[in-house]
Unconditional design. Structure first.
Lengths: 248, 248
DNA sequence: CGTGTTTGTGCGTGTTTGTGCAATAATGTT
DNA sequence: AACATTATTGCACAAACACGCACAAACACG
């Protein structure tokens, strides 16, 4: 591989991720650390990126993409880290939308090799930053509110696939009533998602526990994992521990 | 082997692989390194390729990367404003991806009521900001490079729809050779897009005029509108004026 | 035809560039 | 404070390069 090609590769990574780790580049490009460091230095000299300890940052990365505005972001990161343990190399995963999910995607390990189906364009774009992840976006009507695709076309496509794991955020969960929602279309969609997965994990910040809404998605028995930001032994989760689902 | 033949051979390699190594050429052509170096130098002088340590790179290869820095943004805004005149209330529009298109979407009038099909999640998200626009995202495999959906599934869905107007960016356009591209999948996709539209408008910054790439999308006759940032009377557009397409 | 010129090619030599290694310093982490 | 990770520096070596020269084939012209 020519030096220029490496430089272009690095710049692409930077433009995609806004950041890049020296160690990752060593692996990906299969050259010594020294070479990568020199490459980065040259790109800095050309004013194309920003070098920091451990890697480099995009120049246009004027830090913090209003990350702070994401509600309860810290909790969501905790949830994300727990969830990552469920995702193994080679898996086929169906993943929903929402800020919790988006945070999860940003925390995925760089080298993960898996196939992801998603109904969220934003999640798709974020997933595309990982080299070894194949992304399939399920198309259909696009919802302005929830920023996901929905409607009959989406549901019929979901009916045709079978995945190892489904990851979804939630509006409300209750030990007896299970998963519930308010919007008819979203409700239909979630039903279809649960139906096509061998196991389903629900990502849920604690304030959405023990709430019931009008429309039922599925009983608690259909859920395999409940992931919150709380300690596993936390008393708020007692009602769920009684059920047969894994709490992370 | 004649010098000219060697030059042609080198250019063919470049167009095929976007790159070539000096050492490979020495082997393939069975001449000394010096000769190859001289050949490359001459091709550089003719502006046909790009020389680097160890070999040479295609010229178009270079330009394919710096989209990410919202290159030539001013031109793209000019193009966007011209394009808006083509879009009328009630229309069904198929729209591609790329930075030029994205700029267009950002410039749309707030009250516009129309239906947009798109293969670009980013465009979908941007379109969703308009209240009176219905957005349908066409799903399929998601391309990491071009940030659009592609593949058989996309093409078969395109085959099922019929739209009033197709808006697409372009890699290369030439008065005789028409629309061309380098990537096989993108090429297939563009063909399908043109096929399902009554009229097609090509958005094209002037530096992509008069370029021919390896794969043909369609002849110039299949294009209804060519939109550049230049004045309609500009001399660069003379070759296109001779054809039967509207220049904006 | 002969002589001089141009062009294309290869060779030798010295220089530059790209890369990795090892020792050491700086920085982050626990 | 101890440790692990990441940076920096200087050095070595091979690959790639530029330049001048030599030679031969093709060409030009009287």
């Amino acid at each position: 591989m020519l030096k220029k090609e490496r430089h272009d590769f690095i710049m692409r990574q930077i433009n995609l991720h806004n950041r890049v780790l020296t160690s990752d580049l060593v692996q990906l490009l299969n050259v010594s650390e020294d070479t990568i460091r020199r490459d980065l230095q040259e790109l800095v000299d050309d004013g194309l990126l920003f070098k920091v300890h451990g890697g480099a940052l995009s120049k246009s990365y004027h830090s913090s993409f209003d990350d702070s505005t994401v509600y309860a972001r810290d909790s969501k990161i905790v949830i994300a880290k727990k969830t990552i343990r469920l995702i193994k190399d080679g898996m086929v995963v169906l993943i929903g939308g929402g800020t919790t999910i988006l945070e999860l995607v940003k925390q995925l390990p760089q080298h993960l090799g898996a196939t992801f189906f998603t109904i969220s364009p934003l999640v798709a774009v974020e997933l595309a930053k990982y080299n070894n992840i194949e992304v399939i976006l399920i198309g259909g009507l696009f919802s302005k509110n929830s920023q996901i695709t929905y409607g009959g076309h989406v549901i019929s496509q979901l009916a045709e696939i079978k995945v190892d794991l489904c990851l979804m955020g939630t509006s409300a969960i209750h030990p007896e009533e299970g998963l519930t929602d308010t919007d008819w279309e979203i409700n239909q969609l979630k039903k279809a998602m649960v139906a096509c997965a061998k196991k389903t994990a629900v990502l849920c910040i604690s304030e959405k526990l023990d709430i019931t809404l009008r429309l039922k998605v599925c009983p608690i028995e259909n859920i395999s994992y409940l992931i919150t930001e709380l300690e596993v032994e936390h008393e708020s989760l007692a009602g769920y521990r009684a059920k047969e689902l894994n709490i992370l």
